[in-house]
Design a protein. Structure first.
Length: 500
């Protein structure tokens, strides 16, 4: 079973004198010698080093206190999530799945072997509690692919213990700098090994600063593609909000293809957009359940005890748990499917060889502003049509369509922000506010549908349906308030959009 640990550490070029004295720094009362550990790690990657390109490391290590398989994902500067699996001869499937969005059909190969003698010190506070571990690592790196190559160096590593304030790293670094120790130029031992053995294959250079309309749109597309790939492991690990964030990235990408049809050829992007719609739908199954559960749980909590009839909260929890379990298993299957991996390959190919139309080569302001205004007009027409309808199913459907177009306009304005500046930013804010208002209305529609279903189940079990009816009525009132608020709210948005 794999375990996840948040790793907070910094690396330094080793000074000639070994360990600088850190006693007395920010509560460090003692520095205890823990001896020397002999570590032997083999790092795995694809032939074109896709993991290294995204600062992900995968290794099998023996020696020390945490022998096994380690998979590390960057979180922030100095911070990584390390997923540890027990030592085995073959790569564990649970780690393989977490790099699948990057590796896809390529084989994972041993690329570098690092053998290190690690001289360890524990930094303790006055109560003997571990604050951090500092080590001097003498490293021998050996390239395992191509023509090989070797490198040797010594570095200092400082890793915080669980629960230690990250501010300690800054205080320790101040003392280290005074002792003549400087931060390492490499982010990891693997990165340094690849650099110093001169074994890294020439990778495509990073895209330059956007100049044309096509450059700006592709920059936005690239960010969303990267987000999908990078969020994949978090979704597999069921990290909070990861499913929602990945779903938003797919929607942003699909909306971009549809909005900027005068810049990217829709005969090429429409089939990709259809696949993105499929993926967003699969991601949305559990997200919709999560939103409804939060909404209905809060509503149940507000019901006075005297109006509560039957095990309403328990039935809601049972429904939510069953829905989550089914959706979770289905989603993991989707992420391992050929269809999903083929979609990622298609996105890579589209970015590498984009289907640019004539407008893509123009200066960006006019074609991009034109697109945002066009999307805004579509939202305007849908809002006007919806408010002309009588309350009921037809209006609910029309408002939902307006909400979807508001999202599309928001994403187009996000892509336009680097070009249009404040007017685009204002549009993003306005569309987000409209999306929230209409989203609350749509959530009420879905909540009422779920309440009717739960009520029918409760009735069949011989329970009272009174409380479900009460909650249904409150949801109707909530939707009615949103509908009443919409006309004045929309007038304010139209006034603010005049500068676009």
């Amino acid at each position: 079973m794999a375990e996840t640990k948040r790793e907070i550490e910094r690396k330094y070029e080793s000074g000639e004198n070994g360990f600088p004295d850190l006693t007395g720094v920010a509560g460090v009362a003692a520095v205890v010698d823990k001896g020397v550990a002999h570590l032997d790690a083999t790092y795995y990657d694809t032939d074109d080093e896709r993991l290294a390109a995204s600062s992900v490391t995968l290794r099998r290590r023996t020696g020390g206190s945490d022998a096994g398989w380690h998979l590390k994902f960057p979180v922030a500067p100095d911070v990584r999530d390390e997923i540890h699996a027990p030592l085995s001869d073959t790569l564990p499937d649970e780690l393989t799945s977490l790099v699948r969005s990057r590796v896809r059909g390529s084989e994972l190969l041993p690329v570098v072997r690092l053998r290190s003698d690690r001289d360890v010190r524990h930094l303790l506070d006055a109560d003997g509690r571990l604050l951090a571990e500092m080590s001097v690592d003498t490293v021998h790196a050996e390239r395992l692919t191509g023509r090989g190559g070797e490198a040797r160096w010594t570095e200092i590593e400082v890793e915080l213990a669980d629960g230690t304030d990250p501010a300690l790293l800054d205080k320790l670094e101040k003392r280290l700098r005074k002792a003549g120790v400087r931060p390492s130029a490499s982010s990891s031992k693997l990165a340094r090994a690849l650099e110093e053995t001169a074994a890294v294959e020439q990778r495509a250079s990073a895209p330059g600063k956007p100049v044309t309309a096509g450059d700006h749109v592709l920059a936005y597309v690239r960010v969303q593609r990267d987000a999908i790939v990078e969020l994949d492991p978090a979704v597999r690990r069921d990290v909070e909000d990861s499913v929602h964030s990945m779903r938003v990235a797919t929607r942003r990408l699909r909306s971009t293809f549809k909005s900027f049809g005068e810049i990217l050829d829709r005969t090429v992007t429409d089939p990709v957009a259809d696949e993105l719609k499929w993926l967003a739908g699969e991601l949305g199954l559990d997200r919709d359940r999560e939103v409804l559960t939060e909404r209905l749980t809060a509503a149940v909590d507000e019901v006075p005890a005297g109006l509560m009839r039957g095990p309403v909260a328990e039935r809601l929890r049972s429904w939510s748990s069953a829905e989550h379990k089914g959706a979770r298993g289905r989603l993991l299957g989707v992420l391992d499917s050929r269809r999903y991996l083929a979609l990622l390959d298609t996105l890579d190919a589209l970015i590498a060889d984009p289907p640019l139309l004539k407008a893509a080569g123009k200066k960006p302001r006019k074609p991009i502003a034109k697109t945002v205004r066009k999307d805004f007009r579509k939202v305007s027409r849908l809002i006007e049509q919806a408010t002309d309808l009588e309350p009921g199913t037809d209006r609910d459907v029309a408002l939902h369509e307006a909400r979807k177009k508001a999202k599309r306009t928001r994403y187009a304005a996000e892509a336009a922000e680097p070009v249009l500046g404040k007017p685009a930013k204002t549009m993003v804010t306005s569309m987000k506010s409209l999306q929230n208002l209409l989203g609350d209305h749509q959530d009420s529609v879905m909540a009422r549908r779920t309440l009717r279903e739960l009520s029918a189940v409760a009735h069949a079990a011989g329970e009272s349906a009174f409380t479900y009816g009460l909650l249904h009525e409150r949801e109707e009132q909530r939707a009615a308030r949103a509908e009443a608020e919409l006309p004045g709210f929309w007038d304010g948005i139209k006034d603010g959009a005049a500068d676009l």
